[in-house]
Design a protein around this ligand. Sequence first.
Ligand SMILES: [Zn+2]
Length: 62
Amino acid sequence: MTARVRYHQAPSPDGCRWCGFANPHGLQYLPGKGGHQWEPPTDAQRLARMRARRAARTPKET
Ligand SMILES: [Zn+2]
């Protein structure tokens, strides 16, 4: 996995594997990749996103 994008907020688990946009995605442009259509994320991406979302929702207990 070489495409690494930083998100302010975890994208939808079903968001595009490249940019994290969920449908309607349309034609999106990414630096280094150019225009692309929505592509399904890998299972690992879905899992990571779901974990990130859960972690973001959980208040830190400090
Ligand atoms: Zn995309």
